[in-house]
Design a protein around this ligand. Sequence first.
Ligand code: TZP
Length: 211
Amino acid sequence: MNPDYLELYLVTDRRKLSDEEFLIRVEQACTAGVTVVQLREKEVTTADFYQLALKVKAITDRYKLPLIINDRIDICLAVDAAGVHIGDDELPVWKARELIGSDKILGVSAKTVERSLIAQSEGANYLGVGAIFPTQTKESTLVPLEEVRAIVEQTDLPIVAIGGINETTIQTISGMEVSGVAIVSEIMYAKSVSQKVVDLKSCVKKMKEGE
Ligand code: TZP
């Protein structure tokens, strides 16, 4: 996959929003320049997830952005999303790859070099590494920055850093050679989603230039 798509990776969260407000915010983020959207839904029926995925896909299609579905391979296939992102406690990576086929994007969460190398050998296209900073969004142990560095050095896959990323914390990973950052709350619950995306994009640019 083209690692440029990982630059500013929006992971959605709908818990504090009405459906209407949620879709407006996703669309604002797409207009302002996120490079990929992951639909992440935890407490939802399959029927509702499917309907929501169709609506979000209509938005990402308009902006020619890839839509990645968190965990649910069935939903990914049902709406013909660009790919799926799986965590530690999901199917083995090779089985997920077998199910989605060779054309779809497979993202895998990894906290260690060991898990990253397995994901790489079993068919992942990119790694989501985190949480690298404390976050309220998900209960997650922190991945030390030395481990992030080791994963970057020892794998050939593009890496997206996740967890507690904002305009300040992003400076800490400057020059680390990650392909991008994945963000939930800082974008989804921003006062102005558009302005936040514009500001974060300029931070990501600096991060990639090592400033
Ligand atoms: N995986 C690791 S941390 C995290 C996920 C989904 C949540 C990141 O959320 P936020 O709000 O950007 O800190």
